[in-house]
Structure formats: C-alpha cells, structure tokens
Design a protein around this ligand. Structure first.
Ligand code: SF4
Length: 247
C-alpha cells in the first residue's frame, strides 16, 4: 500500500460534482495516474475513449498493465483507415483485459448521402462530425462517470489548457487525461519501450489519424511530430467536437 505522500493524486474531488479538481504530484507518471484512477473509481462506470492514435495506444497499454478489466470505446465513423481497423484488432489480441467496443453511429454512408447530400464532409464537415462523432459520443457519455483520454496539452492551441484531472462540463463526467503533460516524443518512447501496437501510418507522414475523407499526409512529418495540419485541410477546422466546447 502506498503512503499518502506517494500517491500520484491528492484528491480534492467534490462528490457533488461541482468542483471536481485534484492536485497531481509533479513527479506523477501517466501510468501511475492511470493505476490510481482505475483503483479510485473502481466502483464508478469508467471508460477509455480513443480513435487509436498513438496516444490512445499508449493509454490502453497503461490501462492493461493494471490488469483490471477496462472498456475502451471508439466511434466507428465507417470512414476509418484499413490500418486503423487492423490496429484495433491487434490491440484486442494483445490485451486480454481490455474490451474494445464500437459505439459509433448506425447511420450508413448511403443513408447520410440520402438525407444530407453527397460528401457532407466536404460542404458541411461540422454537421458530418456531429452526426458521426459528437452525437454518438453524447450517447456514450450518458451512463459514464469517469472518462480517460489520451489528450495532451501540446497537441494544439485548443488543448493547451487540458488538465490531468478535470470536470467535463459538456458531458458532466470526471475526465482524466494522464498524458496531459507529455510530449509526442515521450509518447513515442513509451510505445517503443513497451512494444505497444501502433498505427504504421504514423511512420508514413500521418501524425494523426481520423476519417479517410478528412485526413491527409503531412509531408516531412515524422513519428515524433504532432500536428493537426493534416486534418480537415482548407476547412478552417481542427477538431471534431468531442472535447470541450470548441474542440
Ligand atoms: S472527420 Fe470528416 S468524414 Fe469523419 S465525421 Fe468528421 S467530417 Fe465526417
């Protein structure tokens, strides 16, 4: 049993869910935060969400190392890269205590075209993301208490204020972002050192991976570069709307 001074998190979480913050020790490793969260909230409905980017894979590995059963939810937009589906299957095979669940939309691409016109992602990507990501995510969050994500502060300006532990007002859940302090090279180092499955497209100019229609190669980028420049190019959009108000 850890002494109090060794705990990764000093809790000041308000059970009324109005000021759910916690102070995290400066030396807290993401793996310790994950272990703390899964232990602390063992009786709450806790999930990880990911679209299988490098950060999500590292987070899944950290969860798996606790040997606790954990649900990993992803949203299949039906437009993911074949490499992403293959990675999902590899992760499921690698980690026996992880259950990967698709909670994506049931609206087929054909139905979307019929109801909203051809290539909605071209003429109204916000609506397309709302149908295929934001609304399904809201349904996921209806019965969730604690939400673990792979968000990092240096991923983008819109993520600069991500806290390791914060209250998510949008979904009214406690949000835990164990990798918030990490850089992309740290994530890559973790992936390499722990032999974590990852998407091979990261090595071919794709710093992030979303839907095929809205993700382009970023020439010259390496696995340790993180940029969202390859997403929604020319659309003035960098986030799909799953995190926070504008992100
Ligand atoms: S990323 Fe593109 S294709 Fe995917 S849901 Fe958003 S707009 Fe639609």
């Amino acid at each position: 049993m850890q002494s109090e001074t060794n705990l990764p998190v000093r809790e000041v979480i308000n059970p009324s869910k109005t000021t759910p913050t916690a102070r995290v020790s400066p030396d807290s490793e993401p793996g310790r935060i994950v272990a703390w969260a899964l232990e602390r909230f063992a009786n709450q409905r806790t999930i990880v969400t990911t679209q299988f980017g490098m950060e999500g894979c590292a987070l899944i590995d950290m969860c798996a190392r606790t040997r606790k059963p954990i649900e990993v939810v992803y949203l299949d937009t039906m437009f993911l890269f074949p490499e992403t589906y293959a990675l999902r299957d590899r992760l499921a095979q690698t980690y026996a205590n992880i259950t990967i669940i698709n909670r994506g939309t049931e609206l087929t691409p054909e139905q979307q075209t019929k109801q909203h016109g051809e290539a909605l992602w071209e003429h109204n990507p916000d609506r397309c993301c709302r149908l295929r990501k934001v609304e399904p995510m809201a349904r996921v969050m209806e019965d969730v208490d604690v939400w673990l994500t792979g968000l990092r502060r240096t991923q983008s300006a819109t993520r600069a204020n991500v806290q390791i532990i914060e209250w998510d007002w949008k979904y009214e859940v406690l949000k835990v972002n164990p990798l918030a302090d990490w850089s992309r090279p740290q994530v890559w180092k973790y992936i390499q050192e722990h032999n974590v499955p990852y998407n091979p497209l990261h090595e071919h100019g794709y710093p992030t991976l979303g839907c095929t229609h809205c993700t382009k190669r970023v020439p010259g980028s390496s696995v340790t570069d993180y940029t969202r420049n390859g997403r929604w190019q020319g659309k003035g959009k960098t986030e799909c709307g799953l995190h926070g108000d504008g992100i």
